[in-house]
Design a protein around this ligand. Sequence first.
Ligand SMILES: *Cc1c(COP(=O)(O)O)cnc(C)c1O
Length: 250
Amino acid sequence: MPHQHFGNADSAITIDLDAIIANWRYIDGLSASTTKTAAVVKANGYGLGSCMVATALARAGCELFFVASLAEAIELRTAFQQTGHCELPIMVLHGIQRGQEADFTAHHLEPVLNDLEQISRWRLYAAKTGLTLPALLHFDTGMNRLGLDTDQADWLIQNREALNSLKLTYVMSHLVSGELIDDPVNARQLTSFNRFHRSFSTIPASIANSAGSLLGSDYHFSMTRPGIALYGIHPLEDLDTPLQPAFEWQ
Ligand SMILES: *Cc1c(COP(=O)(O)O)cnc(C)c1O
């Protein structure tokens, strides 16, 4: 069993990579085979070591990875190069900030574009370099302040040329209360996301985090994005699933 130990003489955390792989396979098995299951390893793999977790999942067949920031993405790209997973997409949830353009292309990273400013920044760089650049488009369907708001989204739908030279790999949104299985907010977000998706119907879509993966096939689309569930922490209350605890304090 590939256990990893961290810490000092007084306390240590033991990480069970087999449990993380089993949890990813469990989430992957909930959706159809046409739905890809990504791994969200932001915040240093929720504190457990993003590179170690991600390379283990890459060996297990996971093909898509999300981190929060450019710095995390470069670290992961370097780890992937050392383990022979050079080609795997790494997607950056915070999107692209001013001055980061060359780093994104040098390390083959895909920004999640969260507003019109990020879209125009990436598009201007595509025009300047003559490259077609990959990106995800994030719609805010739950007033969580990340992603295009309704006005920006409507503007974009009317002004498609603002996306010229970009290759949209996914349109996505994020659930604000997927943890509450009966919360009507989930269904409202799904409806609003489906409305956006109709305007980008040829682009693969994604809305589910860990909790969303457990909400059923309406939420699965082309890709699910579990994070916390990979570590064995159950996102929904009072629901039994075979997620395995992936770490332990001593
Ligand atoms: C953090 C995050 C996830 C993963 O969420 P979990 O609740 O940890 O599964 C998925 N998508 C986005 C956009 C995120 O920010």
